[in-house]
Design a protein around this ligand. Structure first.
Ligand SMILES: *Cc1c(COP(=O)(O)O)cnc(C)c1O
Ligand code: SF4
Length: 383
């Protein structure tokens, strides 16, 4: 499977390999490091989960009531990061059902971002002037409990068929204003390398397409998927940006370090889109540690998303002030590279709206009264 170490130095040594729980102690490394094995052995039932962690009543009840609506699926690798004794472990909160999911609030929306509304053809959301979101599958190696696209992710009846793929490519081809394609899903890395290469080669053949991004959580949940041959395939289609989704420093392991190194050494630029989640990462110290680890792996923090108004994820939503507080605690206090944009993806399809702590105190004509991160006051005067 071409899973070799590509960068070996003392930074890599600061990332620990995922521990191997008892039930997989005897699994040969060649299986454990093989993404097909990881994919086949995904945990989909409480019986198997119980062999890895001490399942609590809330998780058991929530699973019984939720799994028909939104499957549970957890790779052995991701499960190995769980704390077996703590149901509030950030890895468990993201992947094991909780009763909070069963709670649908009146303000919750099925399609909070209006992605279906802005669909000129099924599978393409065209909201911004020069770029589109292109759905290529509805499968993911791990089903995130906070997924904003629960309405279709993990539902096999909604998976993108070849006809839909061709219609989407035809739409992109005929719209010359599109220069940036976000290849999304589900997780596009659930497609075979051949299918992905077909998509990339079709897009690269279009003169108006400048860049594309692959939005994938495989780096976090199935880093074994990033094989040398996959990274080499991508390098034929540069510039390729990979947008991933780390939410907690515990997810930064030697396996993820190696997976990012494969992509970065193959010339890909890797960005992170974190979702602000109550109980997981609603704490400036955790986000700072995460972003420092990401930079050591060559991943640039790009967005922090306020948790969407999707159905069944209200237990993850934090006050908006929490996001502002996190930015306030990053800007100036640490590298600007570690400070992402905090955005709310506006309900109803308004797009991403950035929020910043208030650094402008007042404006008097040409005088701008500002404060810095230490709350010291300054005046900038225009000529
Ligand atoms: C997020 C998003 C994009 C990409 O937005 P950027 O701000 O360029 O990263 C494009 N289309 C849709 C529909 C999106 O939701
Ligand atoms: S990987 Fe993305 S699309 Fe898949 S379940 Fe997680 S958040 Fe949803």
């Amino acid at each position: 499977m071409g899973y070799n170490i590509v960068t070996k130095n003392n930074v890599r040594d600061r990332f620990a390999p995922a521990p191997r729980p008892e039930i997989w102690k005897d699994t040969p490394d060649k299986d454990w490091n093989n993404w097909i094995w990881q994919q086949q052995k995904r945990i989909k039932s409480m019986d198997v989960l119980e062999k890895v962690v001490k399942v609590d009543d809330d998780e058991r009840n929530a699973f019984a009531k939720s799994h028909e609506m939104f499957n549970m699926g957890i790779t052995p690798y991701y499960a190995s990061l769980m704390d077996p004794n703590d149901p509030n472990c950030p890895i468990r909160l993201q992947s094991v059902p909780k009763s909070g999911e069963l709670n649908i609030l009146p303000m919750d929306l099925e399609d909070p971002l209006g992605e279906e509304r802005d669909m000129p053809v099924p599978g393409v959301t065209h909201r911004y002037p020069d770029r589109v979101l292109f759905y290529t599958t509805h499968n993911c190696p791990v089903y995130c409990r906070h997924c904003t696209r629960k309405r279709k992710v993990s539902d096999p009846s909604s998976s993108a068929a070849n006809k839909q793929l061709e219609d989407g490519l035809a739409y992109i081809e005929s719209h010359k204003e599109i220069r940036d394609v976000v290849i999304s899903g589900g997780d596009p890395l659930s497609n075979s390398d051949d299918r992905l290469e077909y998509i990339l080669s079709r897009l690269r053949a279009m003169d108006h397409i400048q860049v594309f991004r692959i939005g994938t959580r495989n780096l976090v949940t199935l880093p074994q998927r990033i094989t040398d041959s996959f990274a080499q395939m991508l390098s034929k289609y540069h510039p390729v940006f990979v947008h991933t989704h780390f939410n907690h420093p515990k997810e930064c392991t030697q396996e993820t370090f190696d997976a990012v190194a494969r992509l970065a050494n193959a010339g890909c630029v890797v960005n992170n889109q974190m979702v602000l989640l109550k109980g997981v990462n609603d704490d400036a110290k955790i986000v700072k540690e995460l972003n420092h680890k990401l930079l050591m792996m060559r991943v640039r923090p790009y967005y922090i998303f306020q948790c969407d108004m999707s159905q069944g994820i209200s237990h993850f939503r934090t006050p908006v002030e929490k996001g502002l507080e996190i930015i306030e605690n990053l800007r100036g206090w640490t590298s600007g590279m570690a400070v992402p944009h905090y955005v709310i993806d506006a309900p109803g399809g308004g797009g991403k709206i950035p929020l910043l702590p208030q650094y402008l105190e007042k404006r008097e004509g040409k005088k701008w009264h500002l404060r810095n991160f230490r709350n010291q006051k300054f005046v900038y005067e225009e000529p």
